[in-house]
Design a protein around this ligand. Structure first.
Ligand SMILES: Nc1ncnc2c1ncn2[C@@H]1O[C@H](COP(=O)(O)OP(=O)(O)OP(=O)(O)O)[C@@H](O)[C@H]1O
Length: 353
């Protein structure tokens, strides 16, 4: 974990505003439907989520464990397997060669856009590297079918890409166990980006790494994103990583998106009490005040509470919060939150911390 918040680097401030929409997720619901001893069970892991990601943007997704982050991005990537099912909603990508509605594509059409248009670095994705095969085979298996070159030209393309991400092309001859954890993660990012995808989804790619190696991998991801001008959907529960890497940030709680805005706006003025808690629990150098934990536990997504799902833990909860689910509303320019209290008075959330 990175333990210190630093200002965004100049590259972030200077990046030209980019408004062309690349991903549009509309009212998406995806539930795990299981049966236990003949009794149906439904876990509402993604419950009515809408979000948009622009070209050349790093969009972060945060929230505590079990809030539905992985389920949401698997659904966005079209990488779901039973018992997870899409119940409602749509996932549309506006790629340069045309629009794709992920859940209207055939399996062949979906596999044709993987790696070249849309790549997905899964949690624990280092396991995509076969322990008994050299790294070069992973590039041949995953990337070769998606590029127009073969033989020596393909090797040149891979070697050029490895250099671009500061990896010695000699890694191609190595077995995964001969590389450090940081190098293996760099290799998986190189694999996911070698075909120049327009959209990269990364699920906790640096969580298992120590802080120094993590910083190097994040820097590499940002460099490659800027070079390819791709968009990234980056998931981690680590708010300090979001502060350093992402342009915009969405906060998930109990299967719902509860706040979204520019990362610096969220850190400066959170509009949802849950976000305020996440930010205030970050350690800061010189701040010796004891950190208050959030009372209670996240609700069961098989039986979530009525109204706002955060209300049983919310210090600001009022009557309406127990009855009615708050809609996501733009409260400040480009800054949305699903909170009855903040919608009535955005300054109230400041009193949470
Ligand atoms: N295969 C499954 N069958 C039933 N429920 C599942 C399954 N996988 C996940 N869930 C449930 O879906 C909910 C959301 O899980 P998910 O893994 O998406 O959360 P997350 O925010 O990514 O958590 P983490 O940060 O720990 O990875 C949780 O309640 C989880 O128990």
């Amino acid at each position: 974990m990175i333990t210190e918040l630093r200002p965004m680097p100049p590259s972030f401030e200077m990046r030209a505003p980019q408004t062309t929409l690349l991903l549009e997720v509309d009212r998406l619901k995806a539930y795990y439907k299981t049966q236990l001893f003949g009794v149906d069970r439904e876990v509402r892991a993604v419950d009515d989520v809408s979000l948009k990601v622009s070209r050349n943007e790093i969009y972060g997704l945060a929230g505590e464990s079990s809030s539905g982050k992985s389920s949401l991005i698997k659904t966005i990537a079209g990488a779901i397997r039973p018992p997870l099912r899409v119940i409602e909603g749509s996932v549309r990508f506006n790629f340069k060669d045309g629009e794709r509605d992920i859940y209207k594509l055939s399996p062949q059409e979906l596999s044709a856009i993987r790696w070249s248009h849309l790549s997905y670095i899964m949690q624990g994705s280092m396991s995509v590297l076969n322990p008994v095969r050299r790294i070069k085979h992973a590039f041949v298996d995953f990337a070769l079918p998606h590029v127009n070159v073969k033989g020596a030209d393909f090797t040149n393309l891979v070697e050029r890409h490895l250099k671009r991400v500061h990896l010695d092309p000699a890694v191609l001859q190595a077995y995964p166990h001969e590389l450090s954890g940081g190098m293996r993660q760099r290799v998986t990012i190189a694999l996911a980006t070698v075909c120049g995808p327009e959209f990269i989804i990364a699920d906790e790619p640096t969580t298992a790494l120590d802080v120094i190696v993590q910083k190097g991998v994040l820097l590499m991801l940002r460099e490659i994103q800027q070079e390819l001008k791709s968009s990234v959907l980056f998931v981690t529960h680590d708010m300090a990583v979001h502060a350093n890497l992402t342009d915009r940030l969405g906060i998930m709680y109990a299967g719902r998106l509860v706040e979204e805005g520019r990362t610096r706006d969220l850190f400066k003025k959170p509009l949802h009490p849950y976000t305020a808690h996440l930010i205030s629990s970050l350690p800061r150098i010189g701040d010796e005040a004891p950190k208050k934990g959030l009372e209670g536990t996240p609700p069961s997504l098989a039986n979530p509470p009525p109204g706002c799902r955060f209300h049983p833990r919310c210090p600001l909860a009022i009557d309406i919060c127990r009855r009615e689910a708050p809609p996501m509303v733009e409260i400040l320019p480009g800054h949305r939150a699903a909170c009855h209290v903040a919608q009535a008075d955005p300054t109230r959330v400041e009193t949470v911390t």
